[in-house]
Design a protein around this ligand. Structure first.
Ligand SMILES: [Ca+2]
Ligand SMILES: [Ca+2]
Length: 395
C-alpha cells in the first residue's frame, strides 16, 4: 500500500479544487482545449478533466476493478477486508466478499490490498485477492475465492491459498494484482519493509519480495504454474522494486506501467513496453527514482529508470499508480493517470514514441488510495478518507 496510508499526512491545503460536497468539478487552469482532435492529430495536452462522484459510503476503499463479464458492476475492495459492488451508482448493501476475519486488522499498509478477476471470469467463477493475514507480522497471501450460487456473492469458505510470502516487517507489502495481456497473473510485492531495504530483497533474484511476480493460474497446475519465460525459473518476473502499490496494463497496447513508492525523496512511474520486461531491474535499492540511493554515485548499467518522477514536498509523499484511459472521452485516450496519496494531485503521462510528457491535471483534497477501470475503459479514483468514488472525465 501507499506508504502514506496510516501515517499522518499533511493537512489539506486551502484552496484546493475539490470540496466534499461538490459532485462535479473541473479545472481549466491546467488544461488545454480538451476538445476532440482531428484524425491523426493528438488532442491538446494536458487536457481539462472533471471528477464526478459516483458513489460514497465505502470504508477506506483501496482497490477498484471490474469482472469483465458484461455485468457493468464495479468492485471496490475495502481496506478492512470487504469487497463491495457498485451497480448503477449504488453500493449494494451486502458485501460481495467479506474476509475481515482473515486479514490483518486494518491499519497502515496491511489489510486487503488487491483484487483481480481472471480472463473468462463468467465461466471460471473465481477471483483472486491479495491481503496480509493474521500470522507473523502479517504475511502476504494470494488466495482464490469462488462464487456462491448468487453471482453477487463470493463464497468466503471457498478460499484456496496459492502463495504466501513471509513478511519481515509490517510495511511495504505491495498489493496489486492484475492479469496481463498474456493471461498470467502479475503480483506486486514490496521489499518487505522497514526502510532502505535492509535485507536487500529488491536486488536479490531469489527473494519474492521487491518484485513483480508472474504466475500461471489458468493452466490448471496446482497451486500455480511457473510460466515459460520467467527469467529465473521462479515466480519472479522483474526486480528492483520498493513498494509497487499499484501497476497496470494498458488494455489497448498491453504496455505495463509500474508506479513505485519512494523512500524519502522520489516517487516514480516506470514504463515497460508490451512483450518485454522479463528480468527488468527497476533499480531499488541502488537508486531511488533517477538518483543514487544512499551514496553519491552508483552503478546504473542495466537498470530501467522511471519515465516520470516527482520529489517529496509541497504535500507530495506517496505515488498511487493508475491506468491508461481507454474510455469514451477522446481528449483523455492514451493518457496514463497517476496521483499522490498525500497531496491529492493527479497527473497525466503521455507517451510520444520514446518521449514521455507528464503534467498536472488537477489538484484535489482526495486521499488517493487507488484508481480503477471499468469494463468500458472509464477510470475512477477513490478517496480513502471519505469513502467516495469519482469517475474521471472531461468538463
Ligand atoms: Ca512487509
Ligand atoms: Ca526505480
Amino acid at each position: 500500500m501507499s506508504d502514506a496510508i496510516g501515517k499522518s499526512c499533511p493537512p489539506a491545503e486551502a484552496g484546493r479544487v475539490l470540496g466534499g460536497l461538490l459532485l462535479v468539478l473541473s479545472i481549466a487552469a491546467c488544461g488545454g482545449g480538451g476538445g476532440g482532435a482531428a484524425t491523426g492529430t493528438p488532442p491538446p495536452f494536458p487536457p481539462a478533466i472533471s471528477l464526478t462522484r459516483v458513489a460514497g459510503g465505502l470504508a477506506q476503499p483501496v482497490t477498484i476493478t471490474h469482472a469483465g463479464d458484461g455485468s457493468a458492476r464495479l468492485f471496490v475492495g475495502e481496506h478492512g477486508g470487504r469487497v463491495r459492488i457498485i451497480r448503477d451508482g449504488a453500493v449494494a448493501p451486502v458485501p460481495f466478499l467479506d474476509i475481515a476475519n482473515l486479514v490483518t486488522p486494518a491499519g497502515g499498509e496491511q489489510g486487503l490490498l488487491g483484487l483481480a478477476f481472471p480472463p473468462g471470469f463468467a465461466a471460471r467463477r473465481s477471483l483472486y485477492v491479495n491481503y496480509t493475514d493474521r500470522t507473523g507480522v502479517g504475511n502476504t497471501v494470494i488466495a482464490r475465492f469462488g462464487l456462491s450460487a448468487d453471482a453477487d456473492r463470493a463464497d468466503p469458505l471457498s478460499r484456496q491459498e496459492l502463495l504466501t510470502i513471509v513478511q519481515p516487517f509490517a510495511n511495504h507489502n505491495g498489493g496489486q494484482l492484475a492479469f496481463g495481456p498474456d493471461g498470467l497473473l502479475y503480483i506486486g510485492t514490496g521489499d518487505g519493509g522497514s526502510g532502505g531495504d535492509p535485507l536487500g530483497n529488491g536486488q536479490n533474484p531469489a527473494a519474492l519480495l521487491g518484485k513483480l511476480l508472474r504466475i500461471d493460474i489458468l493452466s490448471g497446475a496446482a497451486p500455480y504454474g511457473i510460466p515459460p519465460g520467467n527469467p529465473f525459473g521462479s515466480a519472479v518476473w522483474s526486480l528492483g522494486l520498493r513498494n509497487p502499490w499499484r501497476f497496470s496494463f494498458d488494455r489497448l497496447t498491453g504496455d505495463l506501467y509500474v508506479a513505485d513508492v519512494g523512500q524519502n525523496l522520489v516517487e516514480e512511474v516506470n514504463f515497460q513496453p508490451a512483450g518485454s520486461g522479463a528480468g527488468a531491474n527497476y533499480g531499488w535499492n541502488i537508486m531511488e527514482g533517477s538518483r543514487c540511493f544512499g551514496s553519491a554515485t552508483c552503478a546504473t548499467a542495466g537498470l530501467t529508470l522511471p519515465v516520470a518522477e516527482y520529489l517529496h514536498g509541497n504535500g507530495d509523499c506517496s505515488v498511487t499508480g493508475g491506468y491508461v484511459y481507454r474510455g469514451a472521452a477522446a481528449a483523455l485516450r492514451g493518457i496514463y493517470f497517476y496521483g499522490d496519496f498525500c497531496s491529492g494531485r493527479i497527473w497525466g503521462l503521455r507517451r510520444n514514441g520514446a518521449v514521455f510528457e507528464s503534467a498536472l491535471l488537477i489538484d484535489t483534497t482526495l486521499s488517493i488510495s487507488t484508481f480503477g477501470e471499468d469494463e468500458a475503459g472509464e477510470l475512477y479514483v477513490a478517496d480513502y478518507a471519505t469513502g467516495e468514488i469519482f469517475r474521471i472525465g472531461t468538463p
